[in-house]
Design a binder for this molecule. Structure first.
Ligand code: RIB
Ligand code: CA
Length: 308
């Protein structure tokens, strides 16, 4: 059983990543969810996380809100992709229970301090909370069992030609995280753009009862459509990596985050020729798409059996 703490900005693909985690409770123990401003503003990402906790039967997992915006520059959002609420056309029952007291940064530091070497951080939004956590307590980078992010790219951007959204939303935070001393498992657009919810994948989701009320309209209203005709479910790749790293081929690299470039701000400049520099990242370069969707849909089927 792997313990995970998921930092997110729900977000349609964040929601499908949380559903994957909820459907994998034989393998994953979600010890906490923290939220950050990203796809939409923090109040909405937090409300969405609270609603998803109840809809996905995640029980008493604490949901703790964090940073509303980036460390330094103006706020970047993606409501054009995820809709005004952040969940596209999906309407979930309003959450009954509210968030935990306190700030996500303190939750991350305190939770990792209490269980050194046991908890994998999974970050699928801008890295503001994680950057503040490592600034507050640098030993977070030692205490974390692992750090897996959906973010970055060594080939192309999405929110700009050079930068992937999570990195562009807070480049300074990303630079701090990549420089914190851990080896970042970077699931970038290079692999996540192949995690496409095609029409045949969508057909496998349709019979899943109540869960289909999230999955199907979520996929259909997710404006991250790719050339393959369906949206890429980026964030589910990060949870899938924790569940089965063999789904991905990964290569060590030295990654720097551009913070000053007029056209390249937020770019993850990835040097696979590590040589004299220490590799600060393990960068995913390919994904076994068939096995990925078999894992994801299998977890959804198990969750659907619980939800009815
Ligand atoms: O670039 C894709 C990432 O940006 C995903 O995490 C999506 O939710 C958005 O936050
Ligand atoms: Ca996200």
């Amino acid at each position: 059983m792997k313990k995970v703490l998921i930092d997110c900005d729900p977000g349609i693909d964040d929601a499908l990543a949380l559903a994957l985690a909820a459907g994998s409770r034989d393998a994953l123990d979600v010890v906490g969810i923290t939220t950050v401003g990203g796809n939409v503003d923090l109040p909405l990402t937090t409300t969405n996380a609270l609603a998803l906790r109840e809809f996905l039967d995640l029980g008493d997992v604490p949901v703790t809100p964090g940073s509303a915006g980036a460390l330094l520059r103006h706020t970047v959002r993606a409501a054009d992709v995820h809709g005004a609420t952040g969940l596209g056309s999906v309407v979930l029952p309003a959450p009954v229970r509210g968030p935990s007291e306190g700030h996500a940064v303190d939750f991350i530091v305190d939770t990792l301090r209490a269980a050194p070497g046991e908890i994998t951080l999974v970050a699928v939004g801008p890295l503001t909370n994680l950057a503040l956590a490592v600034r507050k307590e640098p030993r977070v980078a030692e205490w974390a069992r692992d750090l897996v992010i959906m973010g970055g790219s060594y080939t192309r951007g999405n929110h700009s030609p050079a930068a992937e959204f999570n990195m562009l939303a807070d480049p300074e935070a990303a630079a701090i995280v990549f420089d914190a001393g851990w080896t970042v498992k970077m699931l970038g657009l290079d692999v996540t753009l192949s995690a496409v919810a095609t029409s045949s994948v969508l057909d496998r989701m349709r019979p899943l009862g109540r869960l289909a009320e999230l999955l199907v309209p979520g996929v259909q209203s997710y404006k991250a459509v790719t050339v393959d005709g369906g949206p890429a479910i980026h964030d589910a790749c990060a949870v899938a990596y924790v569940l089965d790293p063999s789904l991905f081929a990964c290569v060590p690299a030295a990654v720097d985050v551009e913070t000053a470039g007029l056209y390249t701000r937020g770019m993850t400049v990835t040097n696979f020729v590590v040589g004299e520099r220490r590799a600060n990242a393990l960068v995913a370069t390919s994904l076994d798409v068939r096995r990925f969707w078999d894992l994801v849909v299998g977890a959804y089927e198990g969750l659907a059996a619980r939800l009815g």
